[in-house]
Design a protein around this ligand. Structure first.
Ligand code: SF4
Ligand code: SF4
Ligand code: FES
Length: 217
């Protein structure tokens, strides 16, 4: 049994601590196999996925809380749309011009594939942002997931065409320089994405781009 299946079980007969009927706990979930990223919450004080948190491996009694850095919709459900806004701001997509057949895309080297595959496993759960001390209202920091997606799309042979714009979007307030390199993000990522590696890599690229921009005036 995992946390999500216990919430389902509770929903069959939701009662308060003193046995009075109540409404079931509200939470998000979809795939039940750590792929959709929707069931992230704080379980026993740690940001993680409810569907892969096994009851018999958790210290009892189990404490469930909604993420603290995202607006609560109700109970354990939060609004994580900030991540999707951040991904839009850095153009985290491959540009495809037109609806006609463009033919085969450029080949990707096996070295680049090896870099890109782990980064492509991001499930947009926001655990890395919840755990990050720098992800808060005062910094406006975009967070590790967005930075890692910049690296992913800048590695892609077609995605590279927006590289400069992506790097420029990470300059200034809320950009990559807000990262204090505390490494909480990489510790909680359920997909074991090399986030600190991405942060170092993108940090160097942002610096190089800033120098180029300076000389271009
Ligand atoms: S290294 Fe630290 S400050 Fe930087 S994104 Fe990760 S948790 Fe946040
Ligand atoms: S980088 Fe990891 S922790 Fe962050 S949103 Fe993606 S999967 Fe979740
Ligand atoms: S329900 Fe999809 S990741 Fe947990």
């Amino acid at each position: 049994m995992n946390v999500t299946s216990s919430l389902m079980d509770i929903a069959l007969n939701p009662v308060t601590r003193d046995g009075k009927p109540t409404t079931p706990v509200v939470y998000d979930s979809n795939c039940l196999e750590e792929v959709c990223g929707s069931c992230a919450m704080i379980i026993n004080g740690r940001a993680r996925m409810a569907c892969s948190a096994l009851i018999d491996q958790l210290e009892q009694p189990i404490t469930l809380e909604p993420f603290s850095k995202f607006p609560v919709v109700r109970d354990l459900a939060v609004d994580r749309s900030v991540l999707f806004e951040n991904l839009k701001a850095v153009k985290a997509w491959i540009p495809v011009d037109g609806t006609y057949d463009l033919g085969a895309g450029p080949r990707m080297s096996s070295e680049d594939q090896e870099i890109a595959y782990p980064l492509s496993r991001c499930i947009s759960c926001c655990c890395c942002m919840e755990a990050c001390p720098q992800f808060n209202k005062s910094t406006g920091f975009v967070g590790a997931a967005t930075i890692s997606q910049v690296r992913l799309f800048n590695t892609h042979p077609t995605g590279k065409s927006l590289k400069r714009e992506r790097l420029q979007a990470l300059m200034g307030d809320g950009g990559i320089q807000e990262c204090g390199y505390a490494q909480n993000c990489v510790e909680v990522c359920p997909k074991e994405i090399p986030l600190t590696n991405s942060i170092s890599n993108v940090g160097r690229e942002v610096m190089k781009q800033a120098i180029v921009d300076l000389f271009r005036g």
